[in-house]
Design a protein around this ligand. Structure first.
Ligand code: S3P
Length: 172
């Protein structure tokens, strides 16, 4: 089992936070939710940050928070779906932690996102097409991972168990 940060990446609705909770509990380490940290530090919701400062400002805060939490040793870090966009973030994550990418098919992602209102990139008209385009455009970045796990038709516990099996096979 590696003693570096375990980083969960994946599109909105891929299950990072729920899988992260089970994984952190099984390992007995902290779960750090990067979005929650950003919200706590900014004193504003993600929607407010996007609306008031724009996506670029959000990405800057996201990168700063990521850099900081990666220095904290073993923990499960559940990242926001867009953390993989910046090459410098991907380099930091691959260099300092184990990157576990959760995937799901477009219909499953859309079903899981139905009714959510706290994702600015999902809000408004034409959300399904936007999600589809974003997923496709980011695919190459999500592929930059130590392991990719398909979460379609699997429980959160199944996915966490799959990750644990993979981690046990890794050297320190
Ligand atoms: C985003 C995903 C969100 C959040 C923000 C932007 C993205 O996190 O960081 O709304 O660009 O995909 P989740 O993946 O946890 O929903």
């Amino acid at each position: 089992m590696p003693d570096r940060p375990l980083i969960l990446t994946g599109f909105m609705g891929s299950g990072k936070s729920s899988v992260g909770r089970v994984l952190a509990e099984s390992i007995g380490c902290a779960l750090i939710d990067l979005d929650a940290l950003i919200v706590a530090e900014a004193g504003k919701s993600i929607n407010e940050i996007f609306a008031e400062k724009g996506e670029a400002a959000f990405r800057t805060i996201e990168s700063q928070c990521l850099e900081r939490v990666l220095q904290g040793g073993i923990a499960v870090i559940a990242c926001g779906g867009g953390v993989v966009i910046a090459e410098s973030n991907r380099r930091m994550m691959r260099g300092q932690g184990v990157v576990i990418n959760l995937t799901a098919s477009l219909p499953v992602i859309l079903a899981r996102l139905e009714g959510v209102s706290d994702r600015p990139l999902y809000a408004g008209k034409d959300a399904a097409n936007r999600v589809s385009a974003l997923m496709e455009g980011r695919e190459q970045f999500y592929a930059d991972a130590d392991i990719r796990i398909d979460t379609d038709n699997k429980s959160v516990e199944d996915v966490a168990a799959e990750i644990l099996r993979f981690l046990k096979g890794l050297p320190n």
